[in-house]
Design a protein around this ligand. Structure first.
Ligand SMILES: C[S@@+](CC[C@H](N)C(=O)[O-])C[C@H]1O[C@@H](n2cnc3c(N)ncnc32)[C@H](O)[C@@H]1O
Length: 323
């Protein structure tokens, strides 16, 4: 086995600087808001893995089952030499792709990319041990501003799984898909996993489980602010909520103050007031319709080659080629 290599574009200091800027903007906005990438320190990444095992959280097992079914076809069309995975997390489902791409032919390199260094190190080491013939090159970075750093050369497929594309607001999403198209060469592929619009009675519990794991994941952003910016949030004084926004077709996760609070963020020299009942948005998770998604890909510079959905129409995998 060759040990995985790691490229770090986000040092601890970079992360703190980025969090300072996001926290200042988000905590002084009205309504208050924080970007979801700050859930994912080591604890947050572990909590996300626990979410993927919950009975209510259908996306992971639905995407996995779909991938199991169609991965051979994906590999035959893609013929990728390099698999780049954005927001790879534990890369649990990626093993299916790596197996199929290796069986179909020329796969040489796997490039997992994530903002969470701990998740990335773990996944890279495991994949390198399981696929001894594969070069594994991890990239710690923010996928919104470092796509240009991804390795070039060899026929590439970029995978973006888990429905993470739904965390972008529509305008940012268009920008992001266009940026992905710009780093790919004509003929290279994007494999996108996206949650579909389904009945809110199934959707909402996936983001508000009975055991309270998603609540803990949501509150983790406050622990991150406490440890990185010396804030004094009392995370347990915030209630987790998940609501379905039917007009925008997205789930919104929020943290609601259960009482009036004054929070000091020492490193920002900032005092933030929360009124009892005030809600702060911490994540959107947009859900899609296949036609809408392929139209968005088209506008970004991709031609959809295939869109697969599961029998209950809850999740889609779309393979699109850069024109
Ligand atoms: C919803 S999880 C999905 C994980 C995995 N791809 C899956 O399908 O289970 C989102 C992943 O994206 C990563 N992530 C979130 N925001 C990011 C950003 N701005 N840049 C890079 N990675 C990010 C998180 O650390 C996490 O691993």
């Amino acid at each position: 086995m060759t040990a995985p290599t790691l490229e770090i574009h986000l040092t601890d200091d970079d992360l703190t600087a980025a969090l300072r800027s996001d926290a200042r903007a988000g905590l002084t906005a009205s309504p208050k808001t924080l970007p979801p990438k700050w859930f994912y320190d080591a604890r947050g990444s572990e909590l996300f893995e626990a979410i993927t095992q919950l009975p209510e959280y259908y996306p992971t097992r639905t995407e996995r089952a779909l991938l199991e079914q169609v991965v051979g076809e994906i590999a035959r069309i893609a013929r990728a030499e390099v698999l780049v995975e954005l927001g790879s997390g534990s890369a649990a489902k990626t093993r299916l792709l790596l197996d199929a791409l290796s069986a179909a032919g020329p796969l040489k390199t796997y490039v997992p990319q994530d903002v969470s260094e701990s998740a990335l190190r773990g996944a890279a080491a495991e994949v390198a041990a399981e696929f001894p013939g594969l070069a594994v090159h991890g990239v710690v970075s923010d996928f919104t501003d470092t796509l240009h750093n991804l390795p070039r050369g060899g026929r590439r497929m970029i995978a973006f799984l888990g429905g993470t594309i739904g965390n972008f607001a529509p305008a940012e999403r268009a920008e992001f898909l266009t940026a992905i198209a710009q780093v790919l060469e004509p003929g290279e592929q994007l494999l996108l996993g996206a949650g579909l619009v389904i009945d809110p009675s199934v959707l909402v519990p996936a983001y508000d489980d009975a055991a309270g794991v998603t609540a803990e994941f949501n509150r983790n952003v406050l622990y991150v602010l406490n440890s990185r910016l010396r804030a004094d949030f009392d995370p347990e004084a915030f209630r987790h909520t998940a609501i379905w926004d039917a007009a925008n077709e997205w789930i919104e996760m929020r943290l609601e103050a259960t009482r009036d609070m004054t929070v000091a963020v020492a490193d920002l020299d900032l005092t933030v007031e929360f009124a009892a009942g005030e809600q702060m948005r911490t994540e959107i998770s947009a859900k899609f319709r296949v036609d809408g998604l392929t139209a968005e890909l088209d506008r970004a510079g991709f031609t959809t080659e295939h869109a697969w959905t599961d029998p209950l129409q809850r999740f889609a995998l779309v393979l699109a080629e850069r024109r």
